[in-house]
Design a protein. Structure first.
Length: 216
């Protein structure tokens, strides 16, 4: 039986994900900190700054940046990340650790959304820099459960009906979602592909081309 993640579970998981991300960043050399990640235009320093925006920037200032960007959240996120990246990496990782269990400043953001966001950005850095490793099963399971089953998944997965008629199946631990044409692969690959990262070639099954076409 699949475990139901409670609010306290979600808070503990996002704290773990943020702390593990900070550990990865602190282990990078100056050269690695200046390398590109899977996030266009962002180095690991910028990705770190982006994750800190949700716990360090007050909600009124956060919303002002969104309005200033005419409701374009991506543009607002970039502006805030660029601003916070003026702080040192050590300062930012210290903030991420000290506030690791803090909820997002954004209203209506459940901790499971933050878990998925941190997990994906962790892999944006790892994959971009060619580093081995993946988040543990509990973090991946929580992230996959959120993007496939939560009503608030639209905050991360913008396309409605992305998984309709598909059966997603992890090959490295027991996790499935949906009924229909199979899309299978490592849990991390399923998550990254669904979040529009270049991981589709790591998946197999008759439903892969359908998912690829929907993601464009």
């Amino acid at each position: 039986m699949r475990k139901t993640v409670t609010m306290s579970d979600g808070t503990a998981l996002v704290a773990r994900a943020r702390t593990e991300f900070a550990d990865i960043i602190d282990a990078l050399s100056d050269e690695q900190l200046a390398m590109p990640t899977l996030c266009t235009g962002w180095t690991p320093h910028h990705v770190l700054a982006h994750l800190v925006t949700f716990i360090d920037i007050p909600l009124p200032k956060f919303m002002f940046n969104v309005m200033r960007s005419r409701g374009n959240f991506d543009a607002a996120a970039d502006r805030m990340a660029q601003g916070l990246a003026e702080r040192t990496v050590a300062d930012l990782t210290s903030s991420l650790r000290s506030k690791a269990s803090q909820g997002s400043k954004m209203p209506g953001f459940p901790p499971e959304l933050s878990v998925a966001d941190v997990v994906v950005h962790t892999q944006d850095v790892r994959r971009g820099l060619g580093l081995e490793g993946a988040p543990d099963e509990e973090l991946l399971r929580t992230s996959l459960d959120f993007i496939t089953a939560s009503k608030k998944a639209k905050l991360l997965v913008e396309q409605k009906g992305l998984f309709d008629g598909l059966r997603l199946e992890a090959t490295d631990f027991d996790w499935t979602y949906g009924d229909g044409t199979l899309v299978s692969g490592p849990a991390e690959s399923l998550l990254m592909a669904a979040m529009r990262r270049p991981a589709m070639d790591e998946l197999s099954g008759d439903g892969v081309e359908t998912l690829r076409a929907r993601l464009g």
